[in-house]
Unconditional design. Sequence first.
Length: 328
Amino acid sequence: MQITPINVARSVQPMLSVIVHTEEEFDWNQPFDRNATTVSHMRHIDRIQEIFDNFHIVPTYVCDYSIANQKEGYLPLRQFAAEGRALIGAHLHPWVTPPLTEELSRRNSYPGNLPLELERAKFVTLTERITENFGVRPTVYLAGRYGNGPNSARILEELGYEVDASVNVPMDFSRDGGPDYSSHTNHPFWFGEKRRLLGLCYSGDFLGWLPAGRAALHRISTLPALEKAHIPGILARLGALDRIGLTPEGYTNQEMRWLTKSLVEDGFRVLVFYFHSPSVAPGFTPYVRNSADLEAFLTNCRDYFKFFMEDIGGVAKTPLQIKDLLAS
C-alpha cells in the first residue's frame, strides 16, 4: 500500500482522537474461539462514557460483529450516537464474523491475511449488521489485531469508508503472522487508488536515552534468547529503551505523558488514544482483573485527558473531523 504522509503544521493545535476497540469478551491467552461472543461488560460502558462526556470527547466505538449482533452490545452505543456523544465505526474480528469458513489460526486472526473474497465478505457482513442495528453506516475502520493486508484498502474504497485506523506504531506483529509497523511514523497519511482515504496511526514510539536506531535495537532485544533473559524489561527500567503506546492498558500515566510530550515536541499534531471495551469491567482483559485495577484504569484515563487538554493545550476530535480538517 502506497501512502502519502501528512505533515501537519506545528502551529496547529494538538488533536486527540479516542478509539475504543468495542468487542466481545474472550481469554486472550487461549486459542481463538468462535463461541466466545458474550458482551456483558457493555452494561458498564457508561463508566467510561461519563469520563468522555466530562472532557467533551466524542469517542469512536469501532464495533465488531459480536457487539453489532446483540442488543446488549449495540443498544447503549446506539443511544450515545443518537445523542451526538459517540461515533460508530467497524472492527473486524474474522474469527467471529460470518462467513465462518476459514481455518481458526493466529495467522487468520489478521483479516488482511484472508483471501480477497473472504475478507470482503466478512467486511460486508459486519458493515451491513452495524448499519442495520445502529441506524448509521460506519465510515471509520479498524482491522482486528491491526491486521490490514494487501487487499484491505481496495475493500475500504468499495464499501465507502473514509478513515482507517489500523496502523499501530511502533508494533511488529510479523512473528505472529501480522504486519510490521515498527518503522512507521506517527504521521497521518493519505492512501487509496480510487478515493482519498485517511490513515490514522495509534500513537506510540521507542523512547529512551539510547541513540537513533531504537526500532532495530528493540527488535534485537526481543529475540527469544534475549527476551527470555528479560533484556527488554532491563532496558526499560534503566530508561535506555522502552516501547510506549498511548493507551491506559499496560502503560502508566507518566509513560503516556512522556510519550505525548515527545511526540508534540517532535511536531506531531494528531494523536490517537485507544483501549479495549472489556476493560470497563473486571476480569475480561489482562489489564483490569479486579476492582482496584478498574479504578486505576478509569483514573488513568481521566488524568490523561486533563493533562492533554490543560497542559498540552490540545483538543479532542473524531477521525472524521480530523479528515475534514486535513483535507481543507
